[in-house]
Design a protein around this ligand. Structure first.
Ligand code: FE2
Ligand code: FE2
Length: 154
């Protein structure tokens, strides 16, 4: 039988690539460099992470969340949790971007706190998506429905 990509491979690949950027962000927080260098590195990292994160969230909201809604119903609790987390992630990365731009002055403790908050939200969200989104769809949908999702995720 020919090898076939798993239906959720694209999304898992995006999770891995965002996760590795989040790990770099964590490393920048502890590396022993000058505050200016750390700020520069964080600005660069957050500047590249934010559009990737946004593309990823939109892809899930446009494809996987509607499939989950169709499967579980509009008011389903997992869906609400995931949507709330997307809102929180967007607001955390926006706050971090603004702090790094420094228009309100630059305070390292605030930047470190906002970075930590973003990292924690991301990690919690990724774990929830494995269980509440990908596993639920995997076990709840028929193979042809999963194929349809795989096409839409390309
Ligand atoms: Fe995700
Ligand atoms: Fe998500």
């Amino acid at each position: 039988m020919a090898w076939r990509e798993r239906w959720d491979e694209r999304i898992r690949e995006e999770h891995r690539s965002l996760e590795s950027q989040v790990e770099v962000l964590e490393r920048i927080l502890t590396v022993d460099v000058s505050p200016e260098d750390r700020r520069g590195a964080l600005r660069w990292l957050v500047g590249s992470l934010r559009p990737l994160l946004e593309m990823h969230l939109e892809k899930e909201e446009g494809t996987l969340f509607p499939a989950l809604e169709h499967h579980l119903g509009k008011e389903a609790d997992p869906l609400e949790q995931l949507r709330d987390q997307h809102r929180e992630l967007r607001s955390a990365v926006k706050e971090l971007t603004e702090l790094l731009q420094g228009s309100r002055g630059f305070h390292w403790a605030e930047v470190a706190g906002a970075s930590r908050l973003f990292v924690d939200l991301w990690e919690d969200h990724e774990k929830k998506e494995d269980r509440l989104l990908l596993d639920v769809l995997e076990f709840g949908l028929r193979p042809q429905e999963l194929n349809g999702l795989a096409q839409a995720l390309r």
